[in-house]
Design a protein around this ligand. Structure first.
Ligand code: SF4
Length: 165
């Protein structure tokens, strides 16, 4: 929510936004941390800092993971994503690189990784098929095997497949 009390004050970055205050970044949600929790100090500091950045709440997203600190996003009067364990940086990176009106897409690095994962999956499936496993079972079992099979074994799989041709 943008402050109505600025009346023409600048925000320090030359734009015509009204002056923002800590209140503009503070939601009406009751904070539910233990008394004395350090999260209170972090929240208060961030809410105080945000007006200095000159970016309005409606153009701001906070991303959190799980745990007590994950509730941080509810206490900021901005957009917020309460994400999953250990994935806040990935979610935030996705948000920062998202392109409006475009669906999910892979970065160059992501595409290369996806191709490696696909090849690994195909290799395991092909070995299982060569051993007589049904297509359905091979696909299902490869989903598990491909996650822990070693590079050494994968090389042996590839060698085995070549010997079958
Ligand atoms: S991190 Fe969670 S459990 Fe620990 S003091 Fe804060 S609110 Fe309480």
């Amino acid at each position: 929510m943008t402050s109505e009390n600025g009346h023409g004050h600048g925000n320090g970055n030359g734009s015509a936004l009204p002056m923002l205050t800590k209140k503009d970044f503070s939601s009406d949600q009751e904070t539910r941390w233990c008394p004395g929790c350090g999260d209170y100090a972090i929240l208060a500091t961030v809410q105080s800092l945000m007006p200095e950045l000159g970016v309005p709440p409606e153009k701001t997203v906070f991303v959190s993971g799980i745990g007590c600190a994950g509730r941080f996003v509810y206490y900021m009067d901005t957009y917020g994503v309460h994400g999953i364990h250990g994935r806040a940086p990935a979610l935030a990176t996705g948000l920062a690189t998202a392109r409006p009106y475009r669906g999910v897409f892979l970065t160059e690095k992501g595409r290369a990784l996806a191709q490696r994962v696909r090849l690994r999956h195909r290799l395991v499936v092909d070995v299982l098929r060569a051993l007589g496993v049904s297509s359905e079972a091979a696909e299902a079992d490869a989903e598990g095997i491909e996650h822990y099979v070693s590079e050494h074994t994968l090389k042996a799989f590839a060698q085995f497949l070549r010997s079958q041709r």
